[in-house]
Design a protein around this ligand. Structure first.
Ligand code: SF4
Ligand code: SF4
Length: 433
């Protein structure tokens, strides 16, 4: 009973803190603009392949398989974690044994994956500590990003140690009768072989509490770290942008403006309800769609996008990973101050300028290699283009070469500097040379 009360208290605190964090993030989403969904059949297929099947990450034979195994391992181990929460709350012991023959499969695969994940996490730690993987570095990768990665890997490592310790102690308490279910823990049995019955029960409780408390701590740390993708990556894949890569988003407000310009009579028909849009493109995080914000929360900071970005590879400042990290950081800054100071508050800062420079934005070739590569289907170019649209349409702040071309299109209806009536002359010159 005491265990149940203590567990109930810890669970309550965990859910309370998590609920508050979720509420805050929901408030951030409410600051954003709409994004159209639909076509759920295609989305579910995307979730099954890119999300659950990890097809994009598996394109890298070694690191990809390692990551996919950790992901699948987590899915299986989560079933056991759920059982622990039910046991802790109701005072039961391994309540899922009621599932009959399914239970050994669940426990056995959880045990196998715990061993596998433990080894893989050790390999990931080794790789980060001793191998200079280029994509883990970059101007945007501040020390806090590295601490974040090590902390998460450390916690996952301890989670697996505690799970295997728990299974081993449980097996020993039951005189190794579950050995055939537990492929990894049965190998660890000799470590506990000389312990008395009461010592085994103590270790069982120690590992049980260690595992469940680590889960609760981890769940509450995740939203404040890059590992929030544990929660957001699958929804992000499900809600992926479905249009072909490279297809630019339509701007209905811009179309309306152009139509009115070409047909001034229509301008008089415009009602108050069709007031001018507050802004063309994206200047700050309150101009982005909720999907772009979800993209930023789903970013694992893996650097696969930056590693293939031709602008970055040729020494430009642009890093698509930084675009996502900056968006997330700016929302935290702006969203936080709006809640503290009220919705009219302006801190005089914005995503463009204070986080992302025009130089970075104009370096993008819109090749979409980053979006192709991103394992969680983030679409970086759509946000980059939206910010460029703001610069072009609201600030007329475009590079000189582009300004000339745009002026030519406006004046001549073509990107060249010749008026339309001189096209024939130009053609004649070509045919006579
Ligand atoms: S679309 Fe832009 S950001 Fe993405 S890889 Fe190409 S150049 Fe880099
Ligand atoms: S945007 Fe995608 S590929 Fe780039 S760092 Fe984030 S998760 Fe990795």
């Amino acid at each position: 009973m005491v265990k149940q009360i203590v567990f109930g208290f810890i669970l309550g605190v965990t859910l309370g803190v998590f609920g508050y964090t979720a509420w805050r993030i929901r408030q951030y989403f409410r600051l954003t603009k709409p994004y159209a969904t639909g076509n759920w059949g295609k989305r579910l297929k995307m979730l099954a392949t890119v999300g659950m099947g990890q097809t994009k990450i598996l394109r890298q034979p070694v690191a990809g398989v390692m990551h996919a195994l950790v992901f699948w391992g987590f899915l299986v181990i989560t079933i056991g974690s759920l059982e622990m929460v039910i046991d802790g709350f109701w005072g039961t012991h391994r309540i899922m044994q009621g599932l009959g023959m399914v239970y050994p499969v669940v426990v056995g695969s959880g045990d196998l994956f715990a061993g596998l994940v433990l080894v893989l996490i050790a390999a990931f730690l080794f790789r980060r500590l001793f191998m200079k993987i280029k994509r883990f570095y970059g101007a945007e990768m501040k020390p806090v990003s590295k601490i974040d990665a090590y902390a998460a890997l450390g916690i996952i490592f301890l989670l697996m140690v505690s799970l295997l310790g728990l299974n081993t102690a449980w097996n020993q308490i039951n005189s190794n009768s579950y050995s055939h279910w537990l492929p990894v823990s049965s190998l660890l049995a000799p470590l506990f072989a000389n312990l008395s019955g009461s010592a085994l029960h103590t270790w069982h409780e120690v590992f049980w509490w260690m595992h469940i408390v680590l889960i609760f701590i981890f769940a509450n740390l995740l939203p404040y770290s890059k590992h929030f993708h544990v929660f957001t990556s699958l929804p992000n894949v499900l809600l992926s942008r479905l249009e072909p890569l490279g297809k630019l988003d339509h701007m209905p407000d811009m179309e309306k403006e152009v139509r009115m310009m070409m047909n001034p009579d229509q301008a008089f028909a415009t009602t108050q309800a069709e007031a001018a849009p507050s802004r063309f493109g994206v200047k700050d995080v309150t101009d982005i769609t909720w999907k772009s914000y979800l993209d930023s929360l789903a970013c694992t900071e893996c650097g696969r996008c930056t590693a293939v970005c031709p602008a970055n590879l040729t020494g430009k400042k642009l890093s698509p990973r930084k675009i996502m990290m900056d968006t997330r950081a700016r929302m935290k800054e702006k969203g936080g101050s709006l809640f503290r100071m009220g919705s009219d508050y302006s801190d005089g800062r914005s995503l463009i300028g204070d986080y992302i420079t025009p130089e970075e934005l104009w370096a993008c070739t819109t090749c979409n290699a980053c979006a192709m590569e991103c394992p969680v289907n983030i679409n970086q170019p759509s946000l980059i283009v939206a910010m460029r649209r703001y610069l072009a349409l609201e600030e007329a702040a475009v590079p000189a070469s582009l300004a000339t071309m745009l002026a030519n299109i406006e004046n001549n209806g073509a990107p060249w500097q010749y008026p339309a009536e001189e096209r024939e002359k130009w053609m004649n010159e070509l045919t006579h040379t």
